[in-house]
Design a protein around this ligand. Structure first.
Ligand SMILES: Cc1cc2nc3c(=O)[nH]c(=O)nc-3n(C[C@H](O)[C@H](O)[C@H](O)COP(=O)(O)OP(=O)(O)OC[C@H]3O[C@@H](n4cnc5c(N)ncnc54)[C@H](O)[C@@H]3O)c2cc1C
Length: 393
């Protein structure tokens, strides 16, 4: 392979494919390089496919809100049904002491423009009879959504291809060449591509790509495990439910470190999504196990026990499979990295999406395509700049 492209995207997950699609839509000649034999082999093929608006706060919340606007018409736009459904969500708690925090959280969400309302136990159970009697308070909102992550990944790739993007699978990036402080080419195990822009969308493997240029990208794999159940009748009101402990396990590393609870130590807090088919995905956990993407029984047991605490009816439902995936997690501040670096010119990083990569895929693609083709972005991304790690580089 000896090729020329305006931009080479490394990684065939949802982030790489979204960037390829939005770049191709702007008329750029794009090549995507994926080391595995298919797309969707990383975290993009091992997740719950949800966008749970009320988990976030600024600056990620603004990106989430922009991404959801893009999602509304995405299936139609790309000519591929990603099974997007606007389900709304319920964030809820079984701990009396979390009530004031939940009240405050709902207020903060409303201040940020999320139409969230606090709702008490009995009203919740009237709307959703399957909820446990122990669930005392919740936050309901109507913007959250579920989709099929495989279809999202393949749909974006399909649309990018139709617009002229080329994909090379089973192809690994080995080296990035520069001349006078600017990118000139990408060397793969199947040949070379001349280009002035390289996008590092290699997810949990993005630090390896950074190392090729002597850059430290502070991302490491944060494993998550999920149980999938057999199909059961659809919940009446909420098919996307999170346990308020999720706010701790996902976003409060200090509290996790201090906790003496073995469940919290394994990063287990409930995130429950019921697909159209009736299957529940029961997530999820957060731990650091290097590149090990196997499930582990202690974690799976905690996941199952926790789920039954919120929805006792799941007790008699069979589990049909389990999976684990590796989130690309920025261990400095947990925020995504969406940025061109100062040196070498033309090296763009789009990673660190942690547990939000599905949610943020469309807005990431749009913003990175703007950065490359217009050298500006339609919304500010300074909070996600690589320059925040300047003392590491
Ligand atoms: C259990 C779990 C549940 C989740 N649930 C949700 C959810 O409900 N909602 C949500 O928004 N997010 C969720 N996420 C997070 C989401 O899955 C990720 O943030 C997202 O998939 C990251 O996408 P990516 O394209 O950056 O990385 P990946 O999908 O991992 O893709 C990176 C790709 O780069 C390729 N690559 C690496 N090195 C090279 C190289 N040298 N050359 C060529 N290719 C290379 C890899 O093979 C891989 O295919 C979840 C994650 C997990 C693990």
């Amino acid at each position: 392979m000896n090729k020329i492209a305006e931009a080479v995207v490394i990684g065939g997950g949802v982030i790489g494919c979204s960037i390829a699609y939005y770049l191709a839509k702007k008329g750029a000649k794009v090549i995507v390089i994926e080391k595995k034999e298919g797309l969707c082999f990383g975290a993009s093929g091992a997740n719950q496919g949800g966008s749970f608006v009320s988990l976030f706060k600024s600056p990620v919340l603004e990106l989430v809100q922009e991404s959801l606007k893009l999602y509304k018409d995405l299936s139609e736009e790309i000519g591929y049904d990603i099974e997007y459904q606007n389900t709304g969500s319920l964030l809820c708690s079984i701990k009396e002491e979390q009530y004031p925090d939940m009240e405050k959280h709902a207020q903060n969400l409303r201040r940020s423009g999320v139409n969230a309302r606090l709702i008490e136990g009995n009203e919740m159970r009237e709307l959703e009879p399957g909820l446990a009697a122990d669930v005392i308070v919740g936050i309901e909102e109507r913007e959250s959504s579920l989709l099929n992550p495989f279809k999202l990944n393949y749909g974006l790739a399909h649309a990018a291809r139709k617009l002229g993007a080329e994909f090379f699978l089973s192809t690994e990036v080995k080296k990035i060449e520069i001349n006078k402080g600017a990118i000139t080419s990408v060397v793969t195990d199947r040949g070379k591509i001349k280009t002035n822009f390289v996008v590092n969308a290699a997810g949990a493997w993005s630090p390896e790509i950074g190392e090729m240029l002597g850059l430290t990208i502070p991302v490491k794999p944060r494993r998550g495990q999920v149980i999938v159940t057999e199909p059961v009748p659809l919940n009446k009101r909420w098919r996307y439910i999170c346990d308020a402990d999720y706010l701790t396990t996902a976003f409060d590393a200090e509290a996790v470190k201090k906790s003496k609870d073995p469940r919290i130590k394994l990063g287990v807090a409930g995130g429950y999504a019921q697909e159209n088919t009736g299957n529940w995905t029961i997530g999820t956990s957060r731990d650091f196990a290097g590149y090990n993407n196997q499930i582990t029984m202690p974690t799976v047991k905690y996941l199952a026990k926790r789920a039954i605490k919120f929805m006792p009816k799941l007790k008699d439902v069979n589990c049909i499979r389990m999976f684990a995936g590796l989130r690309p997690f920025c261990y400095v501040d947990g925020l995504p990295i969406l940025s061109e670096v100062d040196n070498p010119a033309g090296f763009v990083i789009a990673t660190g999406h942690a547990g939000e990569g599905i949610t943020l895929a469309p807005i990431t693609g749009k913003l990175i395509s703007e950065l490359i083709t217009e050298n500006r972005t339609s919304i500010p991304i300074d909070a996600f700049s690589f320059s925040r790690f300047k003392n590491m580089n």
